[in-house]
Design a protein around this ligand. Sequence first.
Ligand code: NAP
Length: 270
Amino acid sequence: MTAAETEVLDKTARETGMMAGKRGIIFGVANERSLAWYCAKYLYEQGADLAFTYQGEALEKRIMPLAEKVESEFVEMCDLGDDAQIDKVFDKLSKKWDSLDFLIHAVAFANKEDLEGHYVNTTREGFRLALDVSCYTLTAVTNRALPMMKDGGSVVTLTYYGAEKVVPHYNVMGVAKAALESSVMYLAADLGEKNVRVNAISAGPVKTLAAMGIAGFRDMLKLVEQKAPMKRNVEADEVGKTALYLASDLSSGVTGEVIHVDCGYSILGM
Ligand code: NAP
């Protein structure tokens, strides 16, 4: 098949896909390994129009070619730790699009020194930063997206098993993810009447920029491979496919849930 024929096929697939005519904003693409990027790919293939934000100027070079691949016409810098920047992004977005159907929040941060050693040593500032960026930002962006979700919508965030059980070195990020999962429930309860659904994907470990900041991350991958019922680690693609399910009408009756995409690891007692 020629490149031109493939392009025509891709276009037709997008026009008839389950996300055709839907619009969404994605927070947290740092590079082609980011879980947010895998979500973007599946949503784009099924016809969604996508908007992106990135945190700092250094990332611009990485994200622009990716955004081009999925024909995005909206890419803005936004540090989610700053309300004024969030307001600016949604102000611009509402001038471009009159509605929004979904939002993917794939953002987390903690100081490196808080992702090694013991949780008991977490400083007040380290705690504040991790909880602010990794948890509060979901509420902040959902709040701004709401006026644009006139016909309902879907909000999806990313969490990890370290919210439920103690995982060595995950420390303050585990506490932040526990708060994030609780936030998902409270947001889902607030927004259900507006037909805005809020869910989380609890992904097994995947080698990304953020994950490599956790001490002993490679050991986590090995352990999952040995112990998980499926005897392997999850693929980033599998996270992307679940995001598609949650963002689409396929999950129309699902809200306030944390869906584990972890090859079954989280069901084990020992
Ligand atoms: P990633 O590619 O490094 O993505 C993390 C993103 O968060 C980056 O784009 C990062 O931007 C962004 N971010 C951090 N602070 C920010 C801020 N103040 N404002 C805006 N953006 C900010 O890693 P990832 O693994 O795909 O992480 C995505 C999500 O999946 C996170 O919530 C993570 O906890 C979760 N998750 C990951 C795994 C895993 O094993 N990889 C498993 C379960 C859940 P910068 O690069 O500029 O900081």
